[in-house]
Every structure is written in C-alpha cells, then in structure tokens.
Design a protein around this ligand. Sequence first.
Ligand code: GDP
Length: 534
Amino acid sequence: MSEKKFSFQEEVRRRRTFAIISHPDAGKTTLTEKLLLYGGAIRLAGSVKSRRSQNHAVSDWMEIEKQRGISVTSSVLQFEYDDYCINILDTPGHQDFSEDTYRTLMAADSAVMVIDSAKGIESQTKKLFHVCKMRGIPIFTFINKLDRDGKDPFELVEELEKILGIRSYPMNWPIGSGRNFKGVYDRQKQQVEVFGGGNHGQSLAQAVKGNVEDDSFKELLGDELQEKLIEDIELLDIAGFEFDLEQVSQGNLTPVYFGSALTNFGVEPFLEGFLNFTSPPSSRNSNQGHINPESENFTGFIFKIQANMNPTHRDRIAFLRICSGKFEKGMQVNHVQENKKVRLAQPQQFLAQDRVIVDTAYPGDIIGIHDPGIFRIGDTLCEDNSKIQYEGIPLFAPEHFSKVYTKNALKRKQFVKGITQLAEEGSIQVYKRPNIGVEELIVGVVGVLQFDVLEYRLKNEYGVDLIMERTPYRYIRWIKGDQFDPDCFNLTMDTMIVEDVDENPVLLFANEWSIATVQDRNKDIELAEISYRK
Ligand code: GDP
C-alpha cells in the first residue's frame, strides 16, 4: 500500500472502482493479472492463476467452474497504481449468471469490456453489455489479443456500433497485428508508441514514443506500416465520432483501446487512459436524494452474499460497497432495513489475491463483512440515524423452474437450510405452493447452469442429494396491490400460483398467451415483471 498520506477527500477522489466483463476466454483474467502486475501488486505475471488453483480462500464448489471452464463467482481485488487506488470487480463470464453480474455492476462505477480481436463481439459479450447498459455506467473497451491475427480494427469498431448499438471512440489505434503488432498510436497525444521488451508478458512492456512522421519510426515500423498508419488515422479523424467525455460518463460512447494482455503490449496505455477518463465514486441515489461520497456519514450497501467461501470455516460473507464517509474497523452502524445496530468487527479486504483484515476503507471500496445471517442483498448500512436507504437491487425474472425435493427425508433440515442460503445469495429464487410445506419447493433460475450449481453446492456443502423435476413454466409475474384474492382469481389451466420468500403471491406461466389471458380475465390486477426485495 502507498506510504503517502492522503486527506479523506483525496482518498475518495483517487479511487476507481470498476467491473470487467467479457465472453469467456476473451482474456479477462489475463488482463486483470496484468493490471495487477502494472500496479506492482504481483511480481511475476502468472501468479494469479497459479495461486488460484491452490487458494484456500476459493470455495470448493468452484470445482464446477473448473469442470466446465467457466467462472461462476465474482471476486474483488484492490491495488494501487501511481496515486490511484483501484478496485476491480470480476464478474462471471457466462450469461446464465448475468444476475450476479448485474449485482456486481451495482457496486461498480464503470465497466471494462474485453473483446477478443479474432472473434469480435460474442454472444455473452452482448448479454453482459446489455446488463451494463441497464446500469448506465461508463463502459470502456479493451480489444485484446492483437498479437494474433484478428479482424480488421475498423470492422471491430463497427461491430460495437452495429451489434451493441454503442458509439465508440478509438483512443488508440493498433500498428500492425499478429506477429507484426508493433505498437499503438495515441490519438489524443498524437504520438506513436512502439513496444519492445515485455519478456513474453512476464515483465512490463517498454515503449519508444514519438511523432509518427519521424524518420526513426519509419525505420522501426517500415514504410508500409507507417503509411498504413497515417492513412488509418486520417480515416478515423474524418469518419469517426468526436470524443466527448460527457457522453462517455453517461455510457453512450465507449473509449476503445487495443492491446495484447498476454504480451503486455498496450496494457499500460489502456490503464493510464482508463484511469484518466473514468470517474471517482460519484453521488448515489437514495430515498433521501443523492448522497455525496465525500459526506462524513458512513454509508454503504450489500450487493452480494456468499457462504462457504472458505470450506474449513463455513463462513458467510456479505460484500459491502462503501458509498460515503470513512469506514473504521469495529465501528457501530445502523442496519437500516432491520432497524438494528451492528458492529463491523472483522471486516476483510481483498488485496491482490490475499484476504486481509482492513482497518480503514473509503467510498468506492468493497469490504467483506462477517454475516451471521442478518444481511440481505440490497440492505443499507448507515453510521448516523438518517435512515438512508439506497435504491433496491431488482430480482431478475427467472426463466426456468424446477420442483426440488431431497432424496433422503432425514436430510430435510439441511435441504431447507441450503436452499434458503442459496436464495439469500441471490443465485436462485425459491417459491412455495400454498398449502404444501417445504417438502416440495419450486426453484426459479435465470440461467439453467444455476441448477447445476444448486445441485452441486447442496451435495458438497450440505450433504443433500436433490431430486429436480423441470416444469414447463417459463415466465413469472408478481401480483401487485392488495386486492388479490386467490379464490376469485381466474387462471388458465397451465398457470400456477406460488408464494415468494416474502410471501408475495406470484404467478408462473408456461407461455405468453397465458399471461395475456390471465391479465384479460383479471383486469384490476397488475402483473409485474421485476420485483424488489423488501
Ligand atoms: P477469460 O476467460 O476471459 O478470463 O480469459 P483468460 O484470461 O483466461 O484467457 C483465455 C486464453 O486466452 C488463455 O489461454 C490466455 O493465455 C489467452 N490470452 C489472453 N490474452 C491473450 C492475448 O493478448 N493474446 C493471446 N494470444 N492470447 C491471450
């Protein structure tokens, strides 16, 4: 950590908290690792992955990730670069976990989207991008793997607009590609950066910088590359969008950087540009208007809950995003939703790959607090008695529903405990049928892989073998208002009434036709697609 002393205000302003999204294999892990390398948080590139495999802090159910080669969990890392203090939130790459991604994005102030230059925009880039877009935060693009032959850079930039519908501004432009990837041209500084060194990505890349027209660059690049670059730059200036920071901060224009996380080429220009153009924690909306991060009253909200991260301790951690004020270990705060006081005794922070106890933390930081089962996603913690509550985190509508039972009736207690735990983490939603006890529950998920995680975690963490029976239901609607009387309600044959965990009445439908019919037959009832936790 930095030896320098910063004032409270400086601490807030030097923070950058962002999430990285990408289609699996685009290079998110490699880029994260290289950012840590540049921040001096790890010495040799390669350590994130190698330590990950033996890491005690990683939960055993991540086996499922290894088996399937996907990342299910999201983690958070903090490191310093220059005078910046950076928090990176990793997100699961698979779209089946996009709800988790959304929650993580709630805690981020901006997002970085990593794209494989050979593949362009992939299916999950698209899904995750839309989740980002819902949040309205700035999105920066890193086009990766330029050390391999990929698509034409103009084509890649066009895909951003055509497929994702976002305007883009290339901050730099690649010089050559594949084996011939020599460097980038920085459009704002109007300078060429030709890379050297890099030692196959084990150490920092060096760059020679200067004017593109210089003879020395002609020598370094060769006539052909230099001429092509000059042409490309002209074309970009004529045909491209203007750079507009306001549009970037609203998420309407994405700054684009080119590079290769593997060889480190372009990582530093990206990091510097990103840190420069992305913003520190800004005001957040609450039931009492916008809360300034520099206000002295400590506030924050829980965006993620995760149990059994450490299998030997079976602990449950609530992830808190600090929104204002200074956090100090052991401080007593109000748990607004529960109207209770809690002491934050063993707060943890995630530095590079280590978990440490944190003494102080600032807006933008994420801390993990021990959760004896009192927190729910979306809860606000607040130091004074102002009862500030941040905007709730919506429940996504599940699209797959299964009936679940335990194979062994003697394990019913563990079954209910495990299911409740996973529901509290937000990875599944649980419904009960009125008049039927907990022997049979209905579980709804946004993506089917979440069923696999449920089955795996119940077996491994709770010793419960599940029986799952898929149902034909594909749509859910929450019934709003108090006028609901199940006896007078006119349903179709293929619609089922269930209750969610807050005992709200919920309808499950097999198709859109049934939704329309039920709505038609019960005109005074409002059916909502999204619900907020109480
Ligand atoms: P993630 O699934 O998005 O986290 O992707 P990873 O960072 O695990 O990378 C997937 C694969 O692509 C790995 O084999 C990496 O070594 C490789 N990779 C990542 N970045 C680059 C790059 O810049 N160039 C090349 N050639 N390969 C890369």
